[in-house]
Design a protein around this ligand. Structure first.
Ligand SMILES: [Zn+2]
Length: 103
């Protein structure tokens, strides 16, 4: 966003109704959460150094998950994993559900 667009929005915000402000806040919160999740996933992807199953150090990129995350295949145990593998199951399901609804 250009600074001028930001300034216009900032100047207009005082004319917004309470409902418009709440809607804007919801949009801003959703955008911030989305950015935080993307950043966390990108950080996890950049630090993958071993297989999530056997800790083998030799793996290759194979494809992309339905959620768009890089999937790897371990050369030792032949299992696949992604940056989300190893996260507690319930957290993973919450994250996938959230990503599916908001992206
Ligand atoms: Zn492995």
């Amino acid at each position: 966003m250009e600074n001028s667009s930001f300034t216009v929005t900032q100047n207009n915000i005082k004319n917004f109704s309470h409902i418009e402000l709440k809607r804007l806040k919801h949009q801003v919160d959703a955008q911030l959460s989305k950015d935080r999740v993307r950043q966390t996933i990108a950080e996890r992807e950049s630090t993958i150094s071993s297989c999530s199953h056997c800790k083998g150090k030799s793996f290759i990129r194979c494809d992309v998950t339905r959620q768009g995350h890089q999937r790897y295949r371990c050369k030792s145990c032949k299992k696949t994993f992604s940056s989300l593998t190893g996260i507690l199951w319930w957290l993973k399901m919450c994250l996938i559900r959230w990503l599916t609804n908001y992206f």
